[in-house]
Design a protein around this ligand. Structure first.
Ligand code: EPZ
Length: 417
């Protein structure tokens, strides 16, 4: 059990390179299963969730090499079509192996996914869509057994909610299906676009129609390709929050400004100056932050739920009241109790969290319970007077590559123990 020990109130200055996107790397690594050959994936972040995906690919028969942030996957010989519970339990997003396995082998047996506890996190939308595509699914004792008798049938799938994972599973099932699949009300996150870009470079035929529609024409086979993962917009938002509470001025390299279109205005609202130039973004914090007023989390291009926890930590330092409405996950306020332990004034009623600021935060021992909640506690620790110890760094390392090293380079006093 690792922990971070921070001394708060240090000004952050300098520049940082933003890692590849976790939520793009995971579905793209699953997609290499569908390719019968060698795929070369660049800018893959070094994260425990990525390592968990690599372990699953190896178990299934892939040969894998990692050279720095490049992962080479040879999926010519797939030996298995099941993923054992201990491999599934390591992260919730392993459910996207379902569609890839079905496309490649016509069979998939997985146990119900584990991962951060952000509420029930069902996969009903995934299973309903797969059944419509002709997949026979039996669920028993926490296992899901999927069988395709005579090929996956392309069809029209209307998602009740633009679920990212369900959209990914349908795409991965449809790429070699018979006929065309049309997904309406599909998720439109940049990570979905990145997955489609990779699959199209492997010979898939995926296009996007008017808002929220994705059309997949099934092809007979996919060949290997090279691809570079897009930058992680949530890691960028997290570093921006750290700068905002540290009266700092930092340049982030390797970001895509359009992916931050709903995030940058929030920082400007709080009084930060944000300048973008190509793939660089420079954020300068004001002496005093203004409140963020009202933030509703929404599917892309709305404000991303993953940025809610770190920006809540930032809101504790803003002058005035900030209201968050968490519309995506049922239970994504587990960091609130720990922020209050540091001195924050927050009240939660269902989906709504109200933050009164600015509040003096004082260092304390705090315990992370999920990935982005851990990031929120680090941001709060940077603003707190004195020493803060954040326990549960293993949650943070699921999504942040050497976050302590990055923050130290910018002038923070933070040590991993
Ligand atoms: C992806 O999770 C991301 N994970 C999450 O990031 C992100 O928060 C989420 O999308 C929303 O943007 C990865 O990409 C690996 P969803 P996913 O399916 O696919 C409900 C992080 O911090 N739902 O869009 O699981 C679900 O319960 C992680 O990096 C159903 O009800 O998200 C949730 O309330 C956290 N039935 C909502 O939809 C289903 O079948 C959004 O889920 C599927 C989802």
């Amino acid at each position: 059990m690792y922990r971070y020990v921070l001394e708060g109130r240090k000004e952050l200055r300098g520049e940082i390179n933003i890692q590849g996107a976790k939520n793009s790397a995971l579905p793209i690594l699953a997609a290499t299963l569908v390719v019968n050959g060698e795929s070369v994936i660049h800018n893959c972040p070094v994260l425990t969730d990525v390592e968990a995906s690599v372990r699953i690919l190896r178990y299934l028969g892939c040969r894998i090499k990692r050279e720095g942030t490049t992962i080479i996957v040879d999926s010519s010989n797939i030996l298995r079509d099941d993923i054992p519970a201990e491999l599934m339990r390591e992260m919730r997003s392993s459910v996207i192996f379902l569609g890839a396995l079905l496309s490649r082998t016509g069979h998939a047996r997985i146990s119900l996914p584990g991962g951060c506890d952000l509420g029930p996190r069902p996969i009903d939308l995934h299973l309903k869509a797969l059944r419509k595509m002709g997949v026979v699914i039996n669920e028993f004792r926490g296992n899901i057994d999927c069988m395709v008798t005579d090929g996956i049938e392309g069809c029209q799938v209307a998602l009740g909610f633009p679920s990212v994972g369900a959209t990914e599973n349908i795409i991965l099932s449809a790429v070699m299906a018979k006929g065309t699949t049309i997904i309406t009300n599909a998720a439109a996150e940049p990570e979905i676009v990145d997955l489609c870009d990779f699959l199209n470079s492997c010979g898939a035929k995926i296009t996007t129609g008017e808002s929220g529609t994705i059309i997949i024409d099934g092809v007979d086979s996919l060949h290997g390709a090279q691809h570079s993962i897009i930058p992680d917009r949530i890691v960028a938002a997290t570093y921006m929050s750290a700068v905002a509470v540290s009266t700092g001025r930092v340049t982030l390299h390797n970001i895509i400004p359009s992916h931050l279109s709903s995030i940058i205005p929030v920082f400007e609202e709080s009084g930060c100056n944000v300048q973008t130039n190509g793939l660089d973004l420079t954020i300068t914090a004001p002496r005093k932050l203004r409140s963020l007023r009202l933030i509703r989390t929404m599917p892309y291009p709305g404000f991303p739920t993953d940025a809610q926890p770190p920006l809540m930590a930032m809101a504790t330092q803003a002058d005035g009241t900030t209201v968050f409405v968490e519309n995506i996950f049922e239970n994504r306020y587990k960091h609130v109790g720990e922020l209050i332990r540091l001195g924050a004034k927050i009240s939660v009623e269902g989906k709504v969290a109200v933050i009164e600021g600015p509040t003096e935060l004082y260092g304390a021992d705090v315990y992370a319970q999920d990935l982005r909640g851990a990031a929120a506690l680090v941001v709060a620790g940077l603003a707190a007077e004195g020493k803060t110890t954040v326990y549960g760094v293993e949650y943070l390392e699921r999504g942040y590559e050497e976050f302590d090293v990055g923050l130290s380079l910018l002038g923070a006093s933070i040590r991993k123990i």
